[in-house]
Design a protein around this ligand. Structure first.
Ligand code: ZN
Ligand code: ZN
Length: 591
């Protein structure tokens, strides 16, 4: 007779471990989130060798009594009440009830915890209880995890190098610090402090502690809401962009979320303010009714599905666009020279003495956490949060720039009472043209004119179909197009804003763009796209010598632009040397 065997809990734990625990950072994540839930004010994570040699999490939270301490190693044990919000929590953050038993089934897991009276010390090895004794009576919890995956060699080989494991953990702790600015987080690797936040409760100060003063100075506060959403946090000015997306950090109801639609809205908000290959530093929390969040799409990947996402996207995109427009400043040449790119590196700016032994399986805890915590509370980072200065984008509009000349056939030199300016003639004209085209396209005030010689254009089948499909849109922006035989069209009227003498070339360009973009045709995006392409193609190139009058005209037009500071590809149009910068460079002033 066939027998049905019930899978042992230990095996189930090991299998679950495969889903919950992929990296050292997943262990850290589960443990630190438990510490957060336990109401800790100070959480210290100590690693050996990026976590490969051991992970220790020390908190000053509520701790557990002996019963709970034993229970937390049982599958599906969770001390949390299940209400809707908790359900969201459970779903987004993983298999809460399974985390500890899973980790304990594939490691040497040492738990010291105390909720106020008698402490417990419990050790599991590969899922087997090996120690259950009275432990330290310090309130809070200390968990040490060593020999991760020692009994599942197949998993073991998926662990990355110490450096990349550390990198994941650094990112994780930084993000948690942003989500919980009231909690002090300390991350130590091989006795060096890598991340340290004071738990001041001030998000901007936390940003300063994580990213440093340069980034902090370039952050703009964002607060916007409608009936369904409340978005708050900070976004960066284009001065401190990053080359990867890891610094777009978003929370939904304070839970870390990676959502493509939200990222897209942020990126769209920065459209034309930054190059496509650069990404902003953004830390945003979105508060919304939990019923608008569907958390069941990806338990480990931190993704969620959001109802009314289009509204949320609009809210984020338009607010970012407005804030950037209001806060832009001329690039200062000297500031750019002096401040090196604060690209991500593990930050070792400060080191503090660490009086902890990284030992397990030996004598009782030698780590005096209270002392350590007190140390940190008085530990002064010596960095004040810089004052937020709001600069309205009127600086340039009131300026008159006087051209001095052109150098290298590309850069206009200009001056006024405040200093010297260098301008990229292509970028300048591109900005001017872009705004003109975009406005014309958006406002639909497209006075059509009949083409003197109607232009016939032969296309291939796909292009032809794409044009026919979007013929109404083309009409709306000023083109009267008719079918003219097989795969051929005739353009009878075109908008007035096409550059004279280049009409045919530009019409072909626009039709090309329509054909290429047919899959995801979004008129607003498309208008921007046409405007950028036309602007670039119709602007003076480098190595073309323009006259003094032309320079004057360009400068006057530039200062009237909505965003005079960068071209629509996000490159700067203008760089400033203040008189003070120059005096400093020539050592007329010494500080
Ligand atoms: Zn260009
Ligand atoms: Zn450009």
């Amino acid at each position: 007779m066939a027998s049905i065997k019930i899978m042992s809990d230990n095996l189930a734990n090991k299998i679950a471990a495969g889903e919950v625990v992929e990296k050292c950072s997943s262990v850290v994540k589960e443990l630190v989130e438990n510490s957060i839930d336990a109401g800790s004010n100070n959480i210290i994570v100590e690693l050996n060798d990026g976590g490969l040699g051991g992970i220790k999490v020390v908190d000053d939270g509520n701790g557990m009594n002996h019963d709970d301490a034993l229970l937390c190693f049982m599958r599906h044990a969770t001390s949390k009440l299940i209400n809707e919000d908790d359900l969201f929590f459970i779903n987004t953050l993983g298999f809460r009830g399974e985390a500890i038993p899973s980790i304990a089934s594939v490691s040497l897991f040492d738990l010291q915890t105390c909720s106020g009276d008698i402490g417990s010390h419990i050790v599991y090895r590969g899922g087997e209880l090996i120690t259950d004794e009275v432990g330290s009576s310090r309130k809070g919890t200390v968990i040490t995890v060593k020999n991760l995956f020692f009994n599942t060699p197949a998993r073991l080989k998926y662990l990355k190098s110490a450096t990349s494991e550390l990198r994941y953990i650094v990112e994780l702790i930084e993000k948690l610090a942003f989500a919980y600015p009231k909690i002090s987080f300390t991350l130590i690797n091989d006795e060096k402090t890598v991340v340290k936040t004071t738990g001041s409760g001030n998000l901007l100060k936390t940003i300063n502690e994580v990213y440093g003063a340069t980034v902090c100075k370039n952050m703009i506060e964002l607060k916007v809401s409608n009936d369904d959403f409340e978005v708050s946090g900070y976004i960066c000015k284009p001065e401190v962009l990053k080359s990867n997306k890891n610094h777009m950090i978003t929370f939904v109801n304070n839970r870390l979320v990676k959502n493509y639609d939200i990222f897209k809205a942020i990126n769209d908000g920065y459209y034309t303010y930054k190059p496509d290959i650069k990404y902003p530093i953004v830390i945003l929390n979105i508060d919304m009714d939990p019923t608008l969040v569907d958390v069941n799409i990806h338990p480990t990947k931190q993704d969620v599905k959001i109802g009314k996402i289009n509204e949320l996207q609009d809210l984020i995109r338009t607010k970012i666009d407005k804030l950037l427009k209001d806060n832009l400043l001329i690039n200062s040449a000297v500031k750019n020279l002096i401040e090196e790119d604060p690209t991500f590196t593990v930050n070792l700016n400060y080191e503090m003495p660490v009086n902890t032994d990284f030992v397990i399986n030996e004598e009782p805890e030698t780590f005096n956490q209270e002392e350590a915590v007190n140390d940190q509370l008085t530990f002064d980072l010596g960095v004040d949060v810089p004052e937020q200065e709001t600069v309205i984008n009127e600086e340039l509009k009131s300026l008159k720039l006087y051209p001095v000349g052109l150098c290298l056939g590309t850069y206009i030199i200009a001056e006024n009472e405040e200093g010297i300016y260098l301008l990229d003639q292509h970028a300048v004209q591109e900005r001017i043209n872009y705004e003109r085209y975009f406005k014309a396209l958006k406002e639909h005030q497209n006075f059509k004119i009949s083409s003197m010689f109607p232009i016939t254009i032969e296309l291939n089948k796909t292009e032809f179909l794409a044009i026919m499909e979007n013929i109404d849109y083309l009409k709306e922006i000023g083109f009267t197009i008719e079918e003219f035989g097989i795969n051929t069209i005739i353009v009878k009227e075109h908008p007035t804003w096409l550059k004279e003498g280049y009409e045919e070339e530009q019409i072909r360009m626009i039709l090309d763009l329509v054909a290429v973009q047919m899959k995801e045709f979004d008129p607003i995006k498309f208008n921007e796209h046409i405007a950028i392409t036309l602007a670039c193609k119709t602007s003076i190139k480098a190595n073309y010598h323009i006259s003094h009058e032309e320079m004057e005209e360009l400068l006057d037009e530039l200062v009237q632009c909505e965003n005079p500071y960068n071209c629509p590809h996000g490159r700067p149009t203008i760089i400033k040397f203040t008189q003070y910068d120059l005096e400093k460079m020539f050592k007329r002033v010494m500080n």
